[in-house]
Design a protein around this ligand. Sequence first.
Ligand code: C5P
Length: 205
Amino acid sequence: MIIAVDGPTASGKGTIAKALAQHFNLPHLDTGLLYRAVGRQAELQGMDPDSSADALAACDFPDALLSDPELRSERTGGLASRVSIHTDVRKALYERQRSFATQAGGAVLDGRDIGTVIAPEAEIKLFVTASVDARAQRRFLEMKQRNDDVTLAAIEEDLRQRDERDRNRTEAPLIPAQDAYIIDTSALNKDDAIQAAIDVAEDVK
Ligand code: C5P
């Protein structure tokens, strides 16, 4: 059984994907982390994330980079969204995601194009979304807890820019698969969002 969980940044898709993996006892891949590693590698090597050739070279990052805490930062998220525009980068990361998705026993993957490109045959496809306001609030509280010096307005602006880039790119834009179930988490707390996803998945399974 393949479960695809797509959606914009800070929608709750990562939390939902982890919970589904636990519920169904399946391995989980956060595919955003791969794009973040490419963005970070480009930065470490002094490469240009907006150059297709540079970003492609950065796909050759060492596996150890995947556990670098810096990958979780907003800044690296921004770099990830820039390198992810390039077709060559998406191709270079395809096989790794595809083989994870098709491993024996099934898997849960979260990202932007799992239900549309990586695993269009997934039995369960969720598209997790929430208003910019709700997502910015969540991100803001998260960052305050980490003592990051940020303003709500700056986070909102960053989210809008990233949404715009992810939705309008020609290659694998962020759009729900036709057969995806939309879960809007704007008015849901974490537990309710997880429960809503489990209910859908149990129903479809
Ligand atoms: O999900 P996360 O915020 O970690 O993703 C970082 C960036 O990587 C996204 O803004 C998006 O541009 C890109 N991404 C993508 N396709 C995926 C996962 C992430 O293009 N499957």
